[in-house]
Design a protein around this ligand. Structure first.
Ligand code: ADP
Ligand code: MG
Length: 697
């Protein structure tokens, strides 16, 4: 069934010298029987055996199995042949010391993708006479017992051919007899090919002997030409599953703790910084805006900032003089009723006249601007007035927020001085305040005619103001903080009646903002954003802002800068950790070359080895990946908290989204594959025989 025809094997040594290990060998094996390959050391016995076992390829000539030449075998066929047809027994046993007897035998089955059954293994151990040793460790066995385990491991696969390379080379005479007896018994059922240099044993046991000397065979053999009955078909068994391969790699893990920790640390740092960068990319402006509005029960109306520039080469300036036009357009296209907000930057500076008293009062009353309103609009907003609606152009409404500030810290002008506690609404209504017009340098006198309740609820901001007090006890700090929170909202301007601004400050007022109604759904916010995009062009620009922080864009710009640094940092670290993984694997694999060869001879496929020996890197990456998920989440959490405290953003700006997890996973996968492929492939590409040989010699 197995024919060797004109087989020559030439090895190339490292110095490019050629060694002819086999020279034109012709031979034929039957389906059963005891065959010995006899010869002195170096005569080519192992070489021939490796060729028969499909562990190596001949330089020329053919090995024919049931009429089909190995040279026609695809890789898959050869794997199947090794995996299911051949049971290989080595001189040095080549058992796995870290597994016990049971597991060593079971491994051969697992390599066929089968689950080992206890009875099956007991039966085979019984057959080789060591059923009582089933749970022994390998290093607790004698040489003869070890070889029996090796034979059991070959038999469990139920092979067609049993191949043994000097199986008794390391054993004493008595044990040698026993092993030969055992093999002899098996040769009734199997084709048994045994390599030996002991002529006595060969003559005593073998029915056929192939004498080798310096790669040549002594007696010529005429090959039969009779047609072959197709006795043996290749069985394509499944192979070791990826999971089992990884598990096996894990039990083999012998990496030092320091190396492991270092590797995980570096890889975690690399993954974390990359993950962090990715997360910074995935913030959603609309979600932040909406989330923030929601957190504050939609008290912070959206504002629209307007910018203009005369031509494209100049920088953007805040402000527009046709604000009313865009206000009308927005109303027409989105049904949203915005109001022009003339802020203190464009109109003037407000203060309470008290000439040389403390400056604190000035900052206490520092309205963000002026809004012109009519009573209908106030009704629409559900705002209520104590006092009266402005009847003349110099009358103003102040908001409840400012009234509360006065109540807390007192009120003072040329006519009246009220301490905290003395302030009442009645006393405040009718008081004069001043506004200095920045452009005309004039001082305008205005009269408070009423207090507008804008239904401001400071509860959501409580934490922020508390923090401020704890850190710094100065009043100014507190009021500034709140003022910032309220920047651009309807809670902090002063209100005048229609056309009063032009009357007080002249007709050509520039305004930089539109201040709007409360929008209670995300979709409308999006509609507005989209509309403003269509209205923006190369000279006019409209940006949506929300009350909580005018600074969101600056923050995000800064973060984007951090992000690019982090990306470079992460990239460099990534290269380092790939290199570290790479050298780690190289080291491991160099030390396990022989083991890989043995597994190969036992029927492991290239794929199995790939997973067994890259498991180390896979575990390291896996653990690092999990760690970096945690690190990223913590980092982002800290970041959000920081933004909340320092920038008054009440919602999480950054999220560790599914997409980030996924992309990070892909990065980890790719980098691990890069790190493992080269070292592992280098070994897999080597023929199994070469790998085993290195150690056996
Ligand atoms: P045996 O098993 O009979 O002792 P081998 O088959 O191992 O002999 O070796 C036959 C010859 O081929 C020897 O001269 C050996 O040095 C040489 N040889 C075996 N393997 C290699 C190899 N991988 N590279 C170079 N030479 C080899
Ligand atoms: Mg040999």
């Amino acid at each position: 069934m197995l024919i060797i025809r004109d087989v020559t094997k030439i090895y190339k040594t490292q110095k490019q010298k050629e060694v002819k290990a086999l020279d034109q060998i012709n031979y034929e094996f039957d389906e059963q029987g005891f065959y010995a390959i006899l010869g002195k050391s170096g005569s080519g016995k192992s070489t021939l055996l490796n060729l028969i076992a499909g562990l190596d390829k001949p330089t020329s000539g053919e090995i024919i199995l049931n009429g089909k030449s190995f040279s026609d075998f695809k890789r898959k066929d050869l794997d199947a042949y090794r995996n299911s047809c051949v049971g290989f027994i080595f001189q040095e046993f080549n058992l796995f010391d870290n597994l016990d007897v049971y597991k060593n035998v079971a491994l051969a089955l697992e390599l066929q993708g089968r689950k080992a059954k206890v009875e099956e293994i007991e039966k085979v151990l019984d057959r080789v006479g060591i059923s009582d040793l089933i749970h022994r460790n390998i290093n607790e066995l004698s040489g003869g017992q070890k070889q029996r385990v090796a034979i059991a491991r070959a038999l469990i696969k139920n092979p067609k051919i049993i191949i043994a390379d000097e199986p008794t080379g390391a054993l004493d005479q008595e044990t040698t007899n026993e092993i030969f007896d055992l093999l002899k018994g098996l040769s009734k059922e199997y084709l048994v090919i045994v390599v030996t240099h002991n002529e006595e044993y060969a003559n005593q046991y073998a029915e056929h002997i192939l004498h080798l000397s310096d790669g040549k065979q002594k007696e010529q053999v005429e090959l039969t030409n009779k047609p072959l009955e197709a006795g043996m078909e290749l069985e394509y068994k499944k192979s070791l599953s990826i999971f089992s391969s990884l598990k096996m790699g894990f039990s083999n893990l012998k990496i030092s703790i320091v190396r492991l920790v270092l590797c995980i640390l570096l890889t975690t740092m690399a993954f974390s910084s990359l993950g962090f960068c990715l997360s910074l990319n995935f913030y959603s402006r609309i979600d932040i805006i909406y989330g923030s509005c929601e957190k504050t029960s939609f008290q912070d109306p959206i504002t629209i900032s307007c910018y203009n520039r005369p031509d494209e080469n100049e920088s953007w300036m805040m402000g527009l003089n046709n604000s009313n036009e865009i206000m009308d357009k927005i109303k027409k296209n989105t049904q949203l009723d915005f109001r022009v907000f003339n802020d203190s930057y464009t109109v003037g500076d407000f203060y309470i006249e008290s000439s040389d008293t403390s400056n604190d009062f000035l900052s206490l009353f520092n309205p963000q601007g002026i809004v012109e309103i009519d009573e209908a609009y106030l009704k629409q907003l559900n705002f209520t007035i104590t006092g009266t609606f402005p009847q003349s152009d110099d009358e103003i409404l102040i908001t409840e927020y400012y009234y509360n500030t006065f109540a807390r810290y007192g009120f003072e002008n040329e006519e009246i001085q009220l301490n905290a506690g003395e302030v009442t609404k009645e006393k405040i209504i009718g008081q004069k305040i001043y506004c200095s017009d920045l452009r005309s340098q004039q001082k305008k006198s205005l009269k408070i005619c009423g207090i507008l309740d804008t239904k401001l609820d400071l509860k959501p901001y409580e934490k922020l103001t508390e923090e401020d007090i704890k850190i710094d006890n100065e009043i100014v700090t507190i009021s500034e903080s709140i003022a910032r929170i309220k920047q651009c909202s309807l809670h902090c301007p002063i209100y005048m009646r229609k056309d009063a601004i032009a009357a007080a400050f002249g007709p050509n007022i520039i305004s930089s903002k539109l201040i709007g109604p409360i929008i209670r759904d995300k979709r409308t916010i999006q509609v507005l954003i989209d509309y403003l995009k269509t209205e923006s062009n190369s000279t006019n620009k409209y940006e949506i802002r929300f009350g909580i922080s005018d600074k969101l864009d600056t923050i995000i710009d800064n973060l984007n800068l951090i992000q690019s640094y982090m990306a470079v940092f992460g990239g460099v670290l990534m290269c380092f950790s790939i290199f570290l993984l790479f050298s780690l694997l190289n080291f491991t694999i160099e030390n396990k070359k022989q083991e890989m060869g043995i597994l190969r001879a036992l029927g492991a496929k290239g794929k199995n080895l790939f997973f067994i020996y890259s498991s180390e890197a896979i575990y390291i990456s896996g653990i690092s990946l999990i760690f970096s998920f945690v690190c990223c989440s913590v980092l982002l959490c800290w970041m959000n908290n920081y933004l909340m405290k320092t920038e008054n953003i009440l919602v999480s700006v950054y999220h560790f989204s599914f997409l980030t997890y996924f992309l990070l996973f892909i990065i980890a996968l790719v980098s691990t594959i890069v790190a493992i492929t080269i070292p592992v492939l280098r070994v897999i590409k080597r023929t199994p025989a070469e790998a085993i040989h290195m150690e056996i010699k």
